[in-house]
Design a protein around this ligand. Structure first.
Ligand code: DLL
Length: 435
């Protein structure tokens, strides 16, 4: 179902008019109320009057994660605290978290974004939506929660973790929609498979809304098969609101971005210039109706491409490809660019392997080492290692052909790679600790 056809299916000319109006307002507010943006715009000699339509967006300065950290906690907020009703933060790996604050209207916009994705995935008020994203400062839990509420579906706020109980409730309450990271979905599937008392036959799962980390199409197919549901990709980031900046529709052919709320651009991360439609680059967002913390041209570091043709579902909202990685996740090994998601894609092509992996990169005798720990599914696991070669050799060849470099593949015993309840960690780059 289309939650808000007026906006999701708006003619593109009308959408650009709407975006233009909203951008002009946003820029005016930023300049008048945010010392941070006023300074940034003054530095490059841009005044609000220079922004007359969405075509002028490229005149505006970029915002980066470093800017948000420097302005911690509330430097980018343009409304008085009395109008703020919620604060979220993304932990990041180092230093201060990135903070996002919301007015009541901001929460409405955010929950509508999630509701649009859930509706596209078939959720109605008759569904029971189990929210197994973490609740708390992370936007996943409350974001999915509020989206389900907007539709009038029943929310089951289990948060992440306590997997056995999650599954028991899933069965007893008749969960029809599951929201969690793809890693946790795999973990749940595996826990059901290894349970002696529970089976998918006892479950009513129809659809899952998975996101918050890069995942491959192969992983999607694996999850769909192992949880017997339709796996929908939901995308978002704290800086821009949270989950539901966009999501897939029933066609599962790209992530629709809710362009009436968030204006997407794809730029070349080196030249910072826009790339032509269909070319890969870094995704950049400008919020078009955010009140508490409007953001201009935020560099997400997420890598994808964009398409504007109308989707078969009838929506005109632009579509991005699934995010294949972040520019800061990219590993350069022996001079070659490698994305962790490429390894996941390869693994999911071989049914003997689990889609779990852990990459360790180091520098030994002036040369990069590239080790990938993988797991065979228990029914394929054999020892000694020579007996595993029948599985490992084809995987090795595939990884060499996809990445262009030779890894050392190490098969570890079943259930030894870490299972994640949230965003999975796939890489340890020891070279960072050299010198
Ligand atoms: O992860 C918001 C979210 C929660 C999205 C639940 C979807 C579902 P952050 O913690 O700020 O916010 O992390 C944002 O996660 O820039 C991407 O790199 C990555 N990411 C989010 N969704 C996807 C996705 C939430 N569907 C960062 N595919 C983003 C790939 C994703 N990467």
């Amino acid at each position: 179902m289309i939650f808000n056809p007026e906006y999701e299916c708006m003619e593109r000319d009308k959408m650009r008019e709407l975006q233009s109006r909203r951008l002009v307002e946003t820029v005016k507010t930023c300049y008048e109320k945010s010392p941070f943006y006023r300074k940034k715009m003054d530095e490059i000699g841009v005044k609000p009057e220079d922004i007359k339509s969405i075509d002028d967006i490229h005149k505006l300065p970029f915002t980066t994660k470093i800017d948000l950290r420097d302005e911690y906690p509330f430097g980018l907020q343009v409304v008085p605290q009395s109008e703020v009703v919620r604060i979220h933060a993304s932990s990041g790996t180092t230093g201060k978290p990135v903070v996002a604050t919301y007015t009541k209207h901001d929460l409405d916009v955010w929950s509508e974004g999630v509701a649009r994705v859930m509706s596209a995935g078939g959720v109605t008020k008759d569904d029971i939506v189990q929210v197994s994203y973490g609740y708390g400062l992370f936007t996943g839990g409350l974001g999915a929660h509020d989206g389900a509420l907007k539709i009038g579906a029943t929310q089951l706020p289990t948060s992440s973790g306590n997997t056995k109980k999650q599954i028991m409730l899933m069965k007893d309450f008749g969960t029809t929609a599951l929201c969690c990271t793809p890693s946790y979905a795999m973990h749940i599937a595996e826990a059901i498979e290894s349970s002696h008392t529970l089976s998918l036959d006892d479950m009513k799962l129809k659809v899952g809304f998975f996101g918050a980390e890069p995942w491959s199409n192969g992983m999607r197919k694996t999850i769909e098969k192992r949880l017997r549901l339709k796996a929908i990709d939901i995308y978002g980031l704290t800086e821009i609101s949270g989950p539901g900046v966009g999501g897939e529709c029933e066609c599962q052919d790209g992530i629709h971005i809710w362009e009436d709320f968030f204006y997407p651009e794809i730029i070349n991360p080196e030249t910072l210039q826009p790339v032509p439609e269909g070319e890969f680059g870094e995704l950049v967002f400008t919020t078009l109706c955010k009140e508490a913390m409007p953001i201009l041209r935020y560099r997400t570091r997420d890598l994808t491409r964009i398409r504007y043709e109308k989707c078969k579902c009838g929506r005109t909202a632009a579509r991005i490809d699934r995010i294949f990685g972040r520019s800061d996740d990219m590993l350069i090994i022996r001079g070659v660019n490698v994305f962790p998601s490429q390894i996941e894609t390869c693994l999911t092509e071989f049914p003997a392997f689990q889609p779990y992996y852990f990459i360790t990169v180091d520098r030994i005798n002036h040369e990069d080492s590239f080790e990938i720990k993988v797991e065979l599914r228990p029914e394929f696991y054999v020892t000694p290692p020579e007996k595993q070669l029948v599985y490992v050799n084809p995987l090795y060849k595939r990884i060499v052909s996809v990445t262009g470099i030779k890894p050392s593949i190490k098969v570890v015993p079943p259930m030894t790679l870490e299972r994640s309840e949230g965003k999975a960690k796939h890489v340890l780059d020891m070279r960072k600790y050299d010198d």
